[in-house]
Design a protein around this ligand. Structure first.
Ligand SMILES: Nc1ncnc2c1ncn2[C@@H]1O[C@H](COP(=O)(O)OP(=O)(O)OP(=O)(O)O)[C@@H](O)[C@H]1O
Ligand SMILES: [Mg+2]
Length: 231
């Protein structure tokens, strides 16, 4: 793929739950190795947007192009196999299984085996290999979720609320992780943590009531933008 090409291009996406419309004509793009944040308040439709992109919900209309290919209508597991990985908001890991088993299960499912890479990003996970998912802290679960997603070579990670409920020191660690991860994959994070966003994002979409209301590019502009004003 040529540099600066869009990894993801969403055009005029509309989404609803039955009669209730939630996403209105959303268009956005993500370039290679770019970290894009979508910020919005509770109920703005951030999770709904991501679920429609990865095929967990069926969009009403619009197009979703990943790596030059229309993926609307393709089952979620196939989208994941193409290199678009989704990490949901609920930090669901298999609670009965150990960290190792959680990782192995994803390996088998996706044919992705690069456990060494996961350990490089999250050395802490190595010490937790035999711990059951149910005993992991929020931060450890988040590491495991991201670890599972990067076992292979994802081209794009969509991460719903990566910092929700995490202690500030863990958030600091995640800042570092994301800055490193960005060297090999494009990332979209959605959330409400504006200070986190301003530390990691290359570009930010402000999202209100199912619509993109503004877009800010560049570290300085992002740091000084008053996103609250838009949300
Ligand atoms: N399964 C569902 N059925 C009907 N309405 C839903 C469903 N899930 C979400 N909604 C509604 O869609 C709207 C958007 O919800 P969504 O979860 O996408 O928001 P969000 O921006 O992710 O919020 P949060 O920051 O709280 O995670 C809300 O009004 C919500 O009540
Ligand atoms: Mg949400």
């Amino acid at each position: 793929m040529a540099k600066n090409e869009n990894v993801l291009e969403v055009k005029n996406l509309n989404a609803a739950y039955g009669e209730a419309k939630v996403i209105f004509d959303v268009s956005l793009n993500v370039k290679e190795k770019e970290l894009v944040a979508i910020v919005g308040r509770n109920g703005a439709g951030k999770t709904t947007l991501l679920k429609n992109i990865v095929g967990l919900l069926k969009p009403v209309s619009g197009s979703i192009v990943f790596n030059g290919e229309e993926i609307k209508g393709i089952p979620t597991y196939q989208i994941a196999q193409k290199g678009l990985k989704y990490i949901d908001q609920d930090k669901k890991v298999f609670s009965e299984l150990s960290v190792r088993e959680n990782l192995e299960l994803s390996s088998y499912a996706m044919n992705d085996y690069n456990l060494e890479k996961v350990m490089e990003y999250f050395p802490k996970l190595e010490t937790l290999m035999d711990r059951q998912g149910v005993f992991l802290s929020g931060g450890e679960k988040q590491m495991l979720m991201i670890g599972r997603a990067i076992l292979g070579k994802p081209q794009l990670l969509l991460i719903d609320e990566p910092t929700e409920g995490l202690a500030p020191s863990i958030v600091d660690d995640l800042v570092k992780t994301f800055k490193e991860l960005k060297n090999e994959t494009a990332i979209v994070i959605v959330g409400q943590n504006l200070s986190f966003v301003s530390r990691v994002a290359d570009r930010v979409y402000a999202f209100k009531e199912g619509k993109i209301v503004t877009e800010v590019t560049g570290k300085e502009d992002i740091e000084t933008a008053n996103f609250d004003k838009y949300l």
